[in-house]
Design a protein around this ligand. Structure first.
Ligand code: ATP
Length: 349
């Protein structure tokens, strides 16, 4: 479908968008022989389990299976190799992604997408399975628009993909953060301190909100909700006046800096306040049971979509079921965090 672009006339993105995506009829999809998988964006625990499931379900369904290293960057460079069942042995329980991941600015240009599509042709990739977040799905959609069939699987610790209620890696990241915060609470309690803990979430506060509720934080600060340091100070002093002797403040990285907030609290209250940034600790570790099962079943679902010639779909978790939605439709949705849950958490302090 993209041959017309390979004669040196590179299209611009607008032209690509106007192309035939809307007219793709699933029954007209070309026969699929080769399927490749890539992981993209930030790594998430359970990505390995997802790759394993895709590769094994694909081989058992008769496809030639391939892996692309370093996400779209690797696709662009042609870093594609065949994977067998044994190549994914011992990966289910391992954190990270053995295919590695990267953020590739080049892929965000029409030339980059075209180069990726050409590599698919060179290596006989008839369908690309992309494991990542919203950004990665936008890359996949661009490939779909120039005729490379794609399937997306949500793999990001942020759980910020609108069309799915769950993303692979979220459960492990939350549990890792919760265990770390429990330990910080022990020491904050012994020293009668305020512990200000920064968790991941540049644009979305799902980790902060859930972990804050699970660890009994006095204050939870989210990027989605404006906050005021005076209110933070007032809440801590109100807790102290009720007899509390240690305090936990959870701040999502997109909502502010733990270091700065701890400094301001200490200056205003004279309560010793210590910042901790959990950082990349939250990305690593062996995936939880939930992440392993979701990864495995979502991986199999991706192959089922391909077998049924349902292309350009995102595998999603909705109303207790793994299902799939059209990639364009899925990407057009906006996810909103539950402010009611934030209010409810305030009743627990
Ligand atoms: P996470 O939120 O977990 O980091 P993500 O998939 O949202 O995951 P991004 O860094 O936003 O992570 O995107 C990953 C890669 O997807 C980018 O480096 C880029 O190669 C590709 N990508 C992102 N946006 C686009 C776009 N609009 N068009 C084409 N490719 C894109």
């Amino acid at each position: 479908m993209f041959e017309e672009y390979t004669n040196g006339n590179l299209p611009n993105l607008k032209e690509m968008k106007a192309k035939n995506y809307d007219n793709i009829d699933a029954s007209q999809e070309p026969d699929v022989h080769g399927i490749a998988v890539l992981t993209s964006g930030g790594d998430a625990p359970g990505m390995n389990a997802t790759i394993r499931a895709i590769i094994r379900a694909g081989i058992n369904s008769g496809y030639k299976m391939m892996g692309v290293t370093r996400g779209y960057h690797g696709l662009w460079k042609g870093e594609i190799k065949e994977l067998g069942s044994r190549d994914v042995s011992e990966t289910l329980q391992r954190g990270g992604t053995f295919l590695m991941t990267a953020r590739s600015k080049s892929f965000e240009t029409p030339e980059g997408v075209l180069q990726g599509a050409k590599m698919c042709q060179v290596f006989g990739v008839d369908c690309m399975v992309v494991v990542g977040g919203d950004g990665s799905f936008r890359g996949a959609r661009d490939l779909a628009r120039i005729g490379i069939p794609v399937i997306g699987i949500p793999g990001t610790i942020d759980n910020d993909v609108a069309c799915t209620e769950y993303t692979i890696g979220f459960d492990t990241a939350m549990n890792t953060a919760m265990e770390a915060i429990d330990k910080l609470r022990d020491t904050a309690s012994s020293h009668e301190r305020c512990s200000v803990i920064e968790v991941m979430g540049r644009h979305a506060g799902y980790i902060a909100l859930n972990v804050g509720i699970a660890t009994g934080a006095e204050i939870i600060l989210l990027p989605e909700q404006p906050w005021d340091i005076n209110e933070v100070v007032r809440t801590i002093l109100a807790c102290r006046n009720k007899g509390k002797r240690h305090y936990i403040v959870i701040v999502a990285e997109g909502a502010g800096s733990a270091t700065e907030i701890a400094k301001q609290i200490e200056e205003a209250t004279e309560i010793e306040s210590r910042p901790t940034i959990l950082g990349h600790l939250q990305r690593g570790g062996s995936p939880t049971l939930r992440d392993r099962t979701m990864a495995s079943l979502m991986g199999v679902h991706a192959i089922e979509c391909i077998k049924n010639k349902k292309m350009n779909r995102l595998v999603v978790y909705k109303n207790g079921e793994i299902t799939d939605v059209d990639i364009e439709e899925g990407l057009s949705l906006q996810k909103t965090i539950s402010m009611e849950d934030l209010e409810r958490s305030k009743l627990l302090t």
